[in-house]
Design a protein around this ligand. Sequence first.
Ligand code: PLP
Length: 401
Amino acid sequence: MQPKELLALAEEYGNPLFVYDASIIEQQYNRLTAAFSKVEKLRINYAMKALSNLSILKLLKKCGSGLDTVSYQEVQLGLHAGFTPDKIIFTPNGVSFEEIEEVAQLGVQINIDNLSVLEHFGAKYPAVPVCIRINPHVMAGGNQNISVGHIDSKFGISIYQIPHILRIVENTGMHINGIHMHTGSDILDIEVFLYAAEILFDAAKQFKQLDFLDFGSGFKVPYKKGDIETNIEELGKKLSKRFLAFEKDYGRSLTLAFEPGKFLVSEAGFFLAKVNVVKQTTSTVFAGIDSGFNHLIRPMFYGSQHTIENISNPKGKERFYTVVGYICETDTFANNRRIAEINEGDILCFKNAGAYCFSMASNYNSRYKPAEVLWKDGKGHLISKRETFEDLIKNQIVLEF
Ligand SMILES: *Cc1c(COP(=O)(O)O)cnc(C)c1O
């Protein structure tokens, strides 16, 4: 999107503001499906925890996406957006058995990542097909080495516990219809992804009634110069070939599934905030904006570096700024970053603000969550309103003293 278009939206809807460019989401979805076009049955389940606005869900539904959900409430949102239960997969971690039961009763595919839950579920509902989440214990080590560490991850059933799984399946007569892995941010490059995939293929051979293999996500998008971007086209080529060979071996047609969040929505998002103060100190120049980790926590939470542009003065001479928020805590977005000269009142634009930004926003310091706008066909559409004072107090029961 052009700085002018973004500025006009900030003018119209106020700031801080989240803007999502629909065409980037569609483009990323199409890139992914094109990369795997050789696979007959491909299924993309958007990991909605990245950005769960109903209009975004509807947009992805129109693209042909399914949904990956992690809570009963996300399933409800998905159904509300018009997804049918068969288009939703539930991949929780550490939720109660009752929650899994409730989701299964809706007809949603469940994915179990714990032996005790698998045993309990299999004993109670042997007829309900279940996917199992495997932890392949693969991570990218230094120098692009592949290590089989990460033994302590809380996610998935260890690949070393396959014999236990098989015993549970035999004892309960349950039906395992899918095998899943999601190694998240451990996956840094294609070789590591393919290495982990081999482990999954190997595990899959032990289950005779599979309908799908789910390779999760972990696709990278660049946040700053020099960042790795998953070469999805190359991964598509290599993994498709391997998948087709596996399918032949396995003797049964399978669906290949992925569940990207970041890849689909990160780059579509722009976060716009106004500079309240420029503060010169003896060591740096602070630019203080009308936001903080209440709206965008990733820089403080993960140390992620969002590119920041001054869209009010895009051609200005670059200077060094430390961009901070207005929260009464340390909330640094960027340290000594080169940004076009900033004046009080300027609007800064944070890139890659689609994934895990609004969805992690809170009301800390009793601030309102920002509005969200979808940019589609050259026009801005409000898709969630800025909160109001009423929102802050609506659940409170006030005692008088
Ligand atoms: C969060 C999550 C994803 C999406 O991860 P991204 O890095 O956003 O692509 C996929 N699958 C599961 C199970 C997740 O928890």
